[in-house]
Design a protein around this ligand. Structure first.
Ligand code: ACM
Length: 611
């Protein structure tokens, strides 16, 4: 029996030229463009921000090329045989965010406007084979490209664990490499308030610090007997740092959407200002464990005025059209106990506490709309009636998104059921690091289609995009954040960008991912090393087997054992397919591990061959 067909790994030429996300169209040419000492990079708009980004990239690369303003050249004297020409001023139209890139042995031509030029540059950078003048090359071909969705988002929770400015920039860098364009920054929650608000300094003085953090898996905030780490955790961004990050993202065509959670997930704020709760006499402390707490902002005039003040400062800092106001998982316990809330429900003729949540969001939306912005909320904002102009993020499956699209609202799909919760585990192996649970392997986000088939054509247009979320209850370090993010973010990228009929998981995971993981390694990112390609935890029945594997990362080595012990770099190196004959009533246990050139290790994979 042939367990792993050889044809599966014929890793010949890649029709997508190794580009992630796969472009709309790739027409491969013959030969390569070679960088020589005569190569000139010419641009027609040197002050355009995409051009400035490319000039900076070249300056830092080992190609030592500089960018020349075309208008400064005597065109008749330029040897157009050796040029890389980037133009914004060209005739004709391209789709929004689109670009065209033509590479021949003689020259390279990139056309695009705005973000399109930036994405063309990202593709060009991906195509460059690392090297110096004299040996660096780019394979010939013509690429026409534009995104499937206008909203391509990646979220980061900095409340449950704080991540510093340098890491946030690194996160933005990798989003830009993969053509994502919205960074959803989850800045406030029960366990920490992370943005300086000048009018309310206690939000960060008190609300950005917790005394300790629960160890291990969540059992909810009521399980007081659990262990805590006895270590304070805290951190916040000054307004100056926020602006620095917004500028950094803007230079990379990434919009930053701040999330200020309300009315629930607000314990850190209530610890700082108990007067914004429904029981100001109670003592609140910044959350030390996970789950949903009972307390929420109380819908009083005082609270609304404070939230308006906060949102005013937030909107000063973030030019984003969208302001995310949370809205998820608001426990109504404190509202149910409150005489004030009961009276407000009666006075406003609301049905119940769901109606009150809707009233709350509606007032906030009106304020945000009056400042010329729009709100995004998690799908709970549908409950009790949706605010008139809200965009809905569908996270509890697609139901909320479908309902919102049917009501004529814009929708961003980000369901856990679509593999878009990157805090979920990447394999079912006990060797994976601690996570919140769930199961979201690389292929799940890849195979997710953000457009539900139950929507009609007009409703489908309401699905403006897709996002993945990185919640950080169980992610305390940057290394683990990158491990959970990568390579799954590359699946998100292709789901968000590439036309549905061009997606091909086999091509993605076997031909393109290995090279990109090497590139990410060289760029200093951690990631989850996939198990050797062709392996998979499995039990095979029969007597003859061939095990045929490929490294999941370019340059990685595969080591294996056949006696059941855990392989390390001291075991056999896989170099060619291995054949096995299993005696009757016997089992051979084949265990393999991939170890990259930089020393990153996959989990150990086990295949049992039973006769
Ligand atoms: C969420 O995951 N609570 C939006």
């Amino acid at each position: 029996m042939l367990a792993f067909p050889a044809s599966a790994f014929a890793q010949k030429s890649d029709p997508n030229m190794g580009i992630i996300p796969a472009p709309v169209s790739v027409d491969k040419g013959k030969g390569v463009f070679k960088f020589t000492s005569e190569t000139i990079v010419m641009v027609d708009s040197p002050n355009h921000k995409a051009m400035r980004f490319f000039a900076e990239y070249l300056r830092k690369s080992n190609l030592a090329l500089s960018v020349t303003d075309m208008s400064s050249l005597d065109k008749k004297k330029v040897n157009t045989n050796k040029t890389i020409m980037l133009s914004l001023n060209f005739k004709g139209d391209l789709p929004p965010e689109g670009y065209e890139l033509k590479i021949t042995e003689n020259n390279i031509e990139l056309k695009g406007r705005g973000a399109g030029m930036f994405y063309g540059i990202q593709t060009l950078i991906q195509l460059m084979e690392k090297g110096s003048i004299g040996d660096a090359t780019i394979p010939c071909g013509t690429i026409k490209d534009y995104p499937r969705f206008s909203y391509r988002g990646m979220h980061l929770d900095v409340s449950r664990h704080f991540f510093d400015v340098a890491f946030v920039k690194k996160y933005i860098d990798v989003m830009a490499m993969y053509k994502l364009n919205n960074f959803h920054w989850h800045l406030t929650d029960d366990q920490g308030w992370r943005i300086e608000i000048k009018k309310y300094p206690k939000l960060t003085e008190v609300g950005s610090k917790r005394a300790q953090t629960k160890i291990g898996r969540a059992a909810g905030p009521t399980s007081v007997a659990d262990l805590y780490d006895n270590t304070p955790h805290g951190g916040f961004y000054t307004q100056q740092e926020v602006s620095e990050i917004v500028d950094y993202a803007t230079a990379r065509y990434i919009n930053v959407i701040p999330e200020i959670e309300l009315p629930g997930h607000s314990l850190a704020a209530l610890a700082a200002y108990p007067e914004w709760s429904c029981d100001a006499a109670k003592t609140y402390k910044v959350g030390e464990t996970w789950g949903v707490y009972d307390d929420a902002f109380c819908p009083t005039e005082q609270t609304f005025n404070a939230l308006y003040d906060i949102l005013r400062e937030v909107m000063e800092l973030f030019p984003s059209k969208y302001i995310h106001i949370g809205g998820d998982e608001c426990n109504k316990v404190s509202w149910k106990k409150s005489q004030f809330c009961r009276e407000l429900i009666a006075e406003q003729k609301l049905k119940n506490e769901e109606g009150l949540q809707s009233y709350f969001i509606g007032k906030i939306e009106k304020f945000v709309n009056n400042q010329g912005r729009q709100i995004i909320g998690w799908d709970e904002i549908l409950e009790g009636g949706l605010a008139p102009n809200a965009t809905v993020m569908s996270w509890r499956g697609e139901k909320g998104g479908i309902a919102a699209a049917q009501l004529g609202h814009d929708v961003i799909m980000t369901p856990g059921s679509g593999g878009l919760y990157f805090d979920h585990t990447q394999s079912k192996s006990s060797q994976e690091p601690l996570s919140i649970g769930g199961f979201a392997p690389l292929e799940k986000a890849y195979n997710y289609d953000p457009i539900p088939s139950v929507l009609n054509e007009a409703q489908q247009k309401r699905v403006i995009g897709v996002q993945a979320n990185l919640w950080t209850e169980y992610i305390a370090t940057t290394g683990k954040a990158e491990y959970m993010l990568l390579p799954r973010m590359l699946s998100l990228s292709e789901t968000a960008w590439t036309p549905k009929d061009k997606k091909d998981y086999k091509n993605f995971s076997e031909q393109r991912i290995p090279r990109h993981l090497l590139l990410l390694d060289q760029a200093g990112y951690n990631y989850r090393v996939p198990v050797p390609l062709g392996a998979g935890d499995s039990v095979l029945k029969g007597n003859k087997f061939r095990i045929e594997l490929l490294p999941p990362v370019t340059g990685a080595k595969i080591y294996y054992t056949i006696d059941g012990h855990e392989p390390t770099e001291n075991d056999m190196v896989y170099t060619a397919p291995v054949d096995f004959t299993v005696p009757e009533r016997n089992t051979i246990i084949f265990k393999s591990i991939a170890i990259t050139a930089s020393g990153k290790r996959s989990i150990v994979n086990t295949v049992k061959m039973e006769n």
